[in-house]
Write a protein that binds this ligand. Sequence first.
Ligand code: DHB
Length: 311
Amino acid sequence: MKADISTKIAGVKFDACIFNTSGPADVTLAELEIIARSKSPAITMKSCTLEPRAGNPEPRYADLEYGSINSMGLPNLGYKAYIEFAAVLKRKYKKPIIASICGMTLEDDIIMFNAFNNSQVDIIEFNPGSPNTIGKAIVGYDAKEMDRLLKAVSKVCKKPWGIKLPPYFDLVHFDEIAKVIKKYPVNFVTCINSLGNGLAIDPATEQPLIKPKGGLGGIGGRYAKFTALANVRRFYELFDRKIQVIGVGGVYSGTDAFEFILAGASAVQIGTAFLQKGPGIFNKVQTELQTLMAKKGYIKLSNFRGKLKIL
Ligand code: DHB
């Protein structure tokens, strides 16, 4: 018998626990329909802003040996387009739809959260800080600012919602940000956004691989996996099962996904590997996870979720 890899996020049923993360190839309706037709059990849309944005100058994405670097700069069609896309996608595909909100100001966030309340979107992922928006800080590193945003957003949002977090490296910072998040009715956190502001260099041309910000960009893929696992684990422990954790960072295989669930993830998103391998990655990772579970005698995720053994 095939292992059951279904999950629930914020009370919403997902037929499988592996789906796309916000960011890669999810800006246009055509791109979103590719995700809809794939084995991704949900459709996560690109982080949106109040107004459409062209994003940063190109080249703004590059593959690396073990992952990727990007400084896209939030290219998106503006939130109204994603409300329309959600209606179309819901009618045609019946999968849970996740909107990602990344306003340039709190005022923008409030307008968008209000608008998405009356949409076909099932879940909202609040992304309070892209590492690539020129002139804007990564909000997740500022606990006071996070508190201000979460306080306001939680008053407005009527959908199940969670927060996309940047990677943390200092144990003190995990405690600090978890304390803020616990004050509000947050259903989940997604760990982690890309490792902010890396620099990839082409030694032949002696230039950076991407143009924006002098070459600095968010690092994703295998480089991110161990930091992502640690962030999932730490927040899983700190939230004591009251707030779910979604893992993302360097998932290419069923074994990668298994490790995230063992660390405490209720679901796992795929970013760089989706861009590099195409939409077949969702089926591949899901099937490999089921095979690994069968080998270990696990029939459902709760058999091992969070149950990382002590050494
Ligand atoms: C972008 C990158 C991110 O990591 C993010 O969270 C939002 C937007 C971007 O550059 O488009």
